[in-house]
Each structure stands twice: as structure tokens, then as C-alpha cells.
Design a protein around this ligand. Structure first.
Ligand code: SF4
Length: 339
């Protein structure tokens, strides 16, 4: 591209963004804390899922100071369904550090933000540009794809390509509107410059693009399918429904400390004991989850003995730090809201 193109490109992209941006709750706020929370949630979770959880999180923890004094289990409970729970733990640690070291004020510059737990190049650039107007480019997977296609670069995972893309993105950014420009690039990648079927006919940058739909992202590795089982044990105490939950050990690498439905001793059981089944995708695996109804008197027979188990009321379960799968099963079994 020639040197004269970026200005026209910036103009077209920003005009397109103004007309076509999705109405998402985090776009209504200029509060750096709210932007930070949204960017952490959006790191590995789809925007539509984040849109359902983000307002509740901010309602419970409206400020950095409110978050900093929260206990970890209540933060994890609000993170339930978003996955990758270390993001929530780091958010809490970072809030505590901000209160201790920066008097509760989130730093403004990307270089300072990167000193906080859980904030890397992408998130620091997003917060600094959107909340404070620092002209630093955000390079997520969507932006990387758009830049690579605009310039006809092969996309691979190498550090060299990533550096080149970051350099080009920083040359392209509109220094007067860096926050909107970054969001426009991400939005273009998420809604128009799609991995396998880019909608070039709707793209505001089509005139400047070196590939125009010829540069298709390689197909993802096929999803694996696995069957797992767990127990749904319910009882009634003092006219209230209680459910048996177990806490994942603190030393687990995946979802430590979260509560889930207890696993069964044996994988197989007859269909007549099936309470329900759900599908649940985690990364590259599709899980078929068979949930066995277990009576309170049968728990010793059918459940694995390890781990802490607790009977909790349906109302309490709803507020606990549950795994996304446990929340899905309890919703489908209509335990939430039960008396
Ligand atoms: S023209 Fe097509 S390939 Fe090029 S940036 Fe736009 S959507 Fe992507």
C-alpha cells in the first residue's frame, strides 16, 4: 500500500464502524475499570456470552476497590460460564495491587498496565487506547487476520509474523481516534473478515486489500468427542431442595476450587437411570455429559469417595463458584429456582 492510503483507510474504517458496530454493553462506558473487565472477559470468550455475564459482574463489583476486597469464591461465582478461571483470579490480584500500589487508580499507559497480573500486550493496548487515547495498536486474532489479508502475508503462529503484523497495525492506527480504530479493526475481523468466508463485498477496505477472499484461514483441528458422567443427587430438607456438590481440589490445573456435580465411580450406567444429558464444548473437545440420578442413600455406592462434598440449597448453589457444566446441568434439571 502506498503512504497516502492509510488516511483514507482510517476514514473508511471509522465510518463503517460508526454505522455497523454491534450494540454491546461495554461500548457504553468510558470507565477504565469497566473497559478492563470487558477486555479480560473477551480474551477467550465469545462476545455474546460475555454480554450476558458482564453487567452482573459490574453490578456486584462496580469499582476496583469493591473488587479488591471481594473473596475469591464470590469472584469465581460471577465468572461462572465464562471459562478460563485464572483470568478471574488475576483480575482480583490486579485489583488488590492497584489499591495497594496505585491508590486504587488503574494506570493509564500500556507499559504500566502490563505490570499487572493477567494484562499482556493485547489487553494493555485495548485499555490504554480505548480509555486514555494512547495510540497503540491492539493485535488479537481478528486484527492479525485482517492485517495479514490486507498485506497478503501468510498467517502462521511464528513470532516473526506476529511482530510484522504488530508493526503494520501500529503504522495503520489513527492517532486521533486510537480507541475507536482498534475497536473497528477487531469488529471488522469478528463480523466481516471471517476466517473461512470473508464477506469482502461488505468490507470498507476492499479497495486496499491484497487478497480479497483468496486468503482463507486453515481449517481448525477437528473436534474430539468424549462421553463423561456425573451424578445428580437431590434431597428435600425443611421444604427446600438441596443438591450434592463437590469442590475440585486446589491443586487441579483445570478449574481448581470450583464446585461441580460429583463424578461417578463408573462411566457406564443403564439408560433408565439417566436424569438428563447435555453437550458441553471445552476447547477442542465436545463432551457428551450423561447425568445419573442418584438417591441420597446411594451416594456411597455410586460416587467417587475423594473430594469434599456438600449438600447445598438450590438458592445457595446458584450463587456459588460452579463450573460452567454444573451450572448448565442444574439449569436444565430446573434445580435453580426450585423450592
Ligand atoms: S476485502 Fe475481504 S479479505 Fe480483505 S480485509 Fe476485507 S473482508 Fe478481509
Amino acid at each position: 500500500m502506498s503512504n497516502s492510503q492509510p488516511t483514507s483507510l482510517q476514514r473508511r474504517l471509522l465510518a463503517w464502524y460508526g454505522r455497523h458496530k454491534r450494540n454491546l454493553p461495554w461500548r457504553e462506558s468510558g470507565d477504565p475499570y469497566a473497559i478492563w473487565v470487558s477486555e479480560i472477559m473477551l480474551q477467550q470468550t465469545r462476545a455474546q456470552v460475555v454480554a450476558g455475564r458482564y453487567p452482573l459482574f459490574l453490578q456486584k463489583f462496580p469499582t476496583i476497590r469493591a473488587l479488591a476486597v471481594a473473596d475469591e469464591q464470590s469472584v469465581l461465582a460471577l465468572w461462572s460460564g465464562l471459562g478460563y478461571y485464572n483470568r478471574a483470579r488475576n483480575l482480583l490480584k490486579a485489583a488488590q495491587k492497584i489499591v495497594d500500589d496505585w491508590d486504587g487508580q488503574l494506570p493509564c499507559q500500556a507499559s504500566e498496565l502490563r505490570k499487572l497480573p493477567g494484562i499482556g500486550a493485547y489487553t494493555s493496548a485495548a485499555i490504554a487506547s480505548i480509555a486514555h487515547g494512547e495510540p497503540v495498536a491492539v493485535v488479537d486474532g481478528n486484527v492479525e487476520r485482517v492485517i495479514a489479508r490486507l498485506h497478503g502475508l501468510a498467517i502462521d503462529k511464528s513470532a516473526t509474523v506476529h511482530r510484522k503484523v504488530a508493526l503494520l497495525a501500529n503504522q495503520l492506527i489513527d492517532p486521533k481516534h486510537p480507541g475507536d480504530f482498534n475497536q473497528a479493526m477487531m469488529e471488522l475481523g469478528a463480523t466481516v473478515c471471517l476466517p473461512r468466508k470473508p464477506l469482502c463485498g461488505q468490507c470498507p477496505l476492499v479497495d486496499a486489500c491484497a487478497t480479497r477472499g483468496e486468503h482463507i484461514s486453515p481449517p481448525r483441528a477437528p473436534m474430539q468427542t468424549k462421553t463423561i458422567t456425573c451424578a445428580l443427587a437431590l434431597r428435600t430438607r425443611k421444604s427446600q431442595t438441596e443438591v450434592l456438590l463437590t469442590q475440585r481440589p486446589a491443586q487441579e490445573t483445570v478449574m481448581p476450587g470450583l464446585w461441580e456435580l460429583p463424578p461417578l465411580k463408573r462411566l457406564a450406567f443403564a439408560d433408565k437411570f439417566l436424569a438428563l444429558s447435555v453437550r458441553h464444548a471445552i476447547m477442542q473437545t465436545n463432551y457428551i455429559v450423561r447425568v445419573r440420578a442418584v438417591k441420597p442413600a446411594e451416594t456411597r455406592t455410586f460416587l467417587k469417595a475423594d473430594g469434599i462434598c456438600r449438600w447445598v440449597t438450590a438458592a445457595e448453589a446458584e450463587t456459588m463458584a460452579l463450573t460452567g457444566l454444573a451450572r448448565k446441568v442444574l439449569k436444565k434439571a430446573r434445580v435453580f429456582g426450585a423450592k
